[in-house]
Design a protein around this ligand. Structure first.
Ligand code: AHR
Length: 554
């Protein structure tokens, strides 16, 4: 049985640091003779609406992401819709993708959008930002961008999958004029401007109505090597006069990397120097966080600190989850810094790059730069991360998993006519049910996972997750990080009784399990009916699993 001290600790962790006093009566009211693990869902404590946009994607013009992953070309033998891989479209429709970010990433600040419009056979070939990292076996299109996939093709891809486009503009190497001309190309009404005519000549008479615009990418690094103050000046300049064509534009500022509180502080300090009204010109501040350092504190070296995607032990499993768990403190920390300048929280966080990043070597298609093999570990990591976003609906407006296909934490892997959905893709399928629901305060209390980390005792939380309400349907997603122990758990729904439900589980007996072109169904979700006894629920979460309980309330 879990002790009081342990319980208090895990209740605080479970509440994500929220109004602890409020959680106590419910927590202690639970029956002390039941299972050691408990989940309490507080129907009367909504936290805000889960923005569908936190289930967003990111597709950079990087190695096999666009050419081979998304774009196969109209004349390809690979089944396609106007050059776009048909299987990808079909799979993405299942996960209700809200938004896709393109064309980068670092690529964005070297991209001239004009290269990617007009007749495809007349478009120039340009050196890709990532060319120097490409191996000798990489196809030419990965080094020298043929520009076959440009604004029109991207907008069309978004229409086919039902997502909104999110374009990242070039601040490092194009003038501000080119930013508003790109907006003009995308959004000016049919017949109104020369650029609208150019768009119509390509078959797109109606405007694309692009709402989300990134103003540079990682402007502290590849996006211009600015200081936060310098970038804030550029941000104001680039966004000062941009035509609206009757719609609100959402400008997303290049934000901090990890825990660079100074970037957040410096940027906002400079923005409000011209007055607090300036904040209203910013929709979101982009936070980038990759879990890459699996060295257990031995180094901060970007190359040496990385772990392997496929070769790992139980300690490496927990280490990755510990790294990923940092996301919650980054959201809380940057939010706190933002409040120093943005007292009313006009600006929200946009986590437009997140995921694990391993050393090279596990790519399914040899030569694909930054491609790695997602395993069950990455599925659990992704479930945990999406739960964190769900728990902070007032802070996180959008998030974009890096990256969609043939890259880091990819949902899909593809090469020529071969394709598979990764365990991460299945997590997005599971979690789509949260979109648009009311996030509910939910308390998780479970014995910690205890293990040995380099000869010293270490712990990690025992159960975590998130819940959202959709009229009479409750969606609860839960991660059990323990590599070998199931967690029998009493689930209390405060304010209603469960009538019926289903459980959908992503797990495997092997923590390294992953899907390949030859074996695409090693890790797939399994759905079972849920046993509900007189409104109360006890459920055993499998080891190393992500579970979605979909519960009809009485
Ligand atoms: O996702 C890969 C790269 O990681 C992106 O291009 C860049 O923004 C980040 O550093």
């Amino acid at each position: 049985m879990i002790g009081r001290r342990e319980f208090l600790h895990s209740a605080v962790v479970g509440a994500g640091g929220l109004i602890f006093a409020k959680s106590l009566p419910f927590a202690f009211a639970a029956d002390s003779s039941g299972p050691a693990s408990r989940i309490e869902i507080l129907l009367e404590e909504p936290l805000g609406t889960v923005s569908a946009d936190i289930y967003g994607h990111f597709a950079e013009n990087l190695s096999g992401v666009i050419y081979d992953g998304i774009w196969v070309g109209e004349d390809s033998k690979v089944p396609n819709v106007n050059g776009i891989r048909r299987r990808l479209i079909e799979e993405m429709r299942k996960i209700k993708p809200p938004v896709v970010r393109f064309p980068g990433g670092c690529f964005a600040d070297s991209y001239d959008w004009r290269d990617g419009i007009g007749p495809r056979d007349k478009r120039p070939r340009r050196t890709n930002f990532w060319a120097d990292g490409e191996s000798s076996v990489a196809p030419a299109s990965h080094k020298y961008d043929p520009n076959e996939f440009g604004t029109n093709e991207f907008a069309h891809f978004c229409t086919l999958i039902g997502a909104q486009p999110y374009l990242a503009a070039n601040v490092r190497s194009l003038p501000a004029e080119e930013f508003y001309r790109w907006v003009e190309y995308c959004n000016s009404p049919a017949g109104s401007t020369t650029l609208a005519d150019t768009r119509a000549a390509a078959g797109f008479g109606a405007p694309f109505d692009v709402h989300f615009w990134g103003v540079g990418n990682e402007s502290w690094g590849c996006g211009g090597n600015f200081t936060a103050q310098e970038y804030a000046v550029e941000f104001r300049r680039y966004t000062t006069w941009v035509p609206r064509y009757g719609q609100q534009l959402a400008f997303i500022a290049s934000g901090p990397n990890d825990d660079s509180w100074d970037w957040t502080r410096g940027f906002l300090e400079e923005i409000v120097r011209k007055g607090p009204r300036e904040l209203h010109g910013i929709y979101g501040l982009a936070l980038h966080y990759y879990a890459w350092n699996l060295s257990r504190g031995r180094t901060r070296n970007w190359i040496e600190g990385k772990g392997d995607a496929l070769k790992f032990d139980a300690v490496d499993w927990y280490e990755l989850l510990r790294q990923g768990d940092v996301m919650e403190s980054l959201i809380n920390g940057h939010w706190q810094v933002m409040s120093e300048f943005d007292h009313e929280h006009v600006v929200r966080l946009v986590v437009d790059e997140w995921g694990p990043w391993y050393r090279p070597g596990s790519e399914l298609t040899p030569g694909d730069q930054l491609e790695q093999m997602p395993t069950l570990r990455d599925a659990v990591f992704s479930g945990m991360t999406l739960d964190i976003f769900n728990r902070h609906p007032e802070k996180v407006a959008m998030a974009n998993c890096a990256q969609l296909i043939n890259c880091l934490n990819s949902l899909y892997l593809a090469h020529e006519d071969r394709f598979c959905v990764t365990p991460v893709g299945h997590i997005f399928e599971l979690y789509a049910a949260h979109q648009g629901g009311q996030s509910l305060r939910t308390i998780f209390s479970a014995p910690n996972v205890s293990y040995e980390r380099d000869g010293k005792p270490a712990t990690f939380w025992g159960l975590q997750g998130s819940a959202s309400l959709h009229v009479k349907n409750l969606v609860l997603t839960v991660v059990n990080p323990h590599v070998s122990e199931p967690r029998e758990t009493a689930i209390s729904i405060r304010g209603a009784a469960a009538k019926s439900g289903t459980a959908t589980i992503v797990t495997n007996s092997d923590i390294h399990a992953h899907n390949t072109f030859e074996q695409p169904d090693v890790v797939t979700p399994e759905t079972k009916p849920l046993e509900v006894n007189g409104g109360s629920l006890t459920y055993t979460f499998s080891p190393a699993s992500v579970t979605k309980l979909s519960i009809e309330l009485g």
